[in-house]
Structure formats: C-alpha cells, structure tokens
Design a protein around this ligand. Structure first.
Ligand code: FNR
Length: 186
C-alpha cells in the first residue's frame, strides 16, 4: 500500500482546495492511501525561532510523515498568479534544517493539483511551484495536470464534487499519479 501525504494550501473552512483533496481521498485507486495533514498549526517561519528552539513540533511531525511516505499530493490555491504564502511558508519550514532536505524531499514523488473559482484553475500557481519542487530534489509527476476551474459550481456546500467531468478528471489524475509512484519508489 502506497501512503501519500495530502496537503491543502488553504486554511479556509469552505476551501475548494480542501474539498478537492477530500475528494481525492475517496477516489484514491486501490493500493494508494491518501492521508491528509492539516497546516493550521504551522507558525510563520522565523530563523530566530529555529535557532533558539529548533523546528516547531507540528513541522517536525509533518517532516516525519513525509519522510516515511511514498509521495506527496499538494492541492494549491492561486493567489495573485502564484502560490499562496501560507503554503509556501509550510514548505519553507519543511526544508529546515537544510541537512534534512534529502531525507524529507529527496526523490519524493509529488503531484500538484488545484482549484479556483476563476477560468484558469491555478495554472500559474502550479507553474510557480515547479522551481521550488526542483530545488528540493523532489520527483515531480508531470504526466498529468488537474486545474479545476469555476470551482464554485464544481462543489456543493458540503464540499462534495457535483460536476461529473471534474470527478472523472480527478480519477484519471490519481490513477496516473499512482502508476508513477508504482514505478518511482524512493
Ligand atoms: C485570490 N484568488 C485568485 N484566483 C485565481 O484564480 N488567480 C489569482 O491570481 C487569484 N488571486 C487571489 C489573491 C488573493 C489574495 C485571494 C485571497 C484570492 C481567488 C482564489 O482562487 C479563491 O479565493 C479560492 O477560493 C482560494 O482557494 P480555497 O481557499 O477555496 O481553497
């Protein structure tokens, strides 16, 4: 069984990206288990804190989970045509100290998807993650893309997918990511 850590880059209660991630959990193909992790407890990065107290416990826990996992699935919002600061902040903490980067991210299969109420469905945010994932030495899956556009019509008030086309595209995306992980074990 491949364990994938799933992270939504939104803190919002009614987040489309969290809804998309939850849908991925239920549509995960057999042999893939997506374990979602919250980022709400991660503080803002501050080197003074790191120097005095080390990496905060919520970050350590996330680092341990990712280091032990077979892959990482990121569900990213788009802010101002780029990635949101809250999620970048989490990844920045996870990259500390630099000596741990290889253990946490080295060769890690990463899938990136996202949802937005707009017409481009996080296209530019997903692109903005590319140099970050490359810098950390991950193995980014580029065999498929999932940009969920017009998200307010795709999910209902409970966050369930009501758009059949999106459900099918998500399923295809997950199947492709699962096959990639199968042939790219760390
Ligand atoms: C946005 N939003 C947005 N959407 C988009 O498609 N492209 C963009 O560049 C931006 N820029 C942007 C900046 C800021 C500061 C905010 C707060 C929002 C809209 C964004 O996609 C929308 O709020 C989503 O609902 C955010 O994702 P969650 O929270 O629903 O997961």
């Amino acid at each position: 069984m491949a364990t994938i850590i799933g992270i939504s880059g939104s803190l919002r209660q009614q987040s489309f990206n969290s809804a998309l991630l939850n849908a991925a959990v239920s549509l995960a193909p057999s042999g893939m288990h997506i374990q979602t992790r919250s980022i709400t407890e991660v503080p803002l990065y501050n080197y003074d804190i790191e120097k005095a107290q080390g990496v905060p416990e919520p970050v350590e826990q996330l680092k341990r989970a990712i280091a032990a996992a077979d892959g990482l699935l990121i569900c990213t919002p788009e802010y101002n045509n780029s990635m949101p600061g809250v999620l970048k902040n989490v990844i920045d903490w996870l990259s500390r100290p630099p000596d741990d980067i290889q253990r946490v991210f080295g060769g890690l299969p990463v899938g990136i998807m996202g949802a937005s109420p707009g017409r481009f469905g996080t296209l530019l945010s997903q692109n903005a993650w590319l140099p970050v994932m490359r810098t950390l030495g991950t193995r980014l899956w580029s065999g498929g893309r999932l940009m969920v556009t017009g998200a307010s019509k795709v999910f209902d008030d409970e966050g369930a997918i009501v758009d059949e086309g999106t459900r099918e595209r998500l399923q295809k995306f997950l199947d492709g990511f699962a096959a990639f992980i199968e042939s790219n074990h760390r």
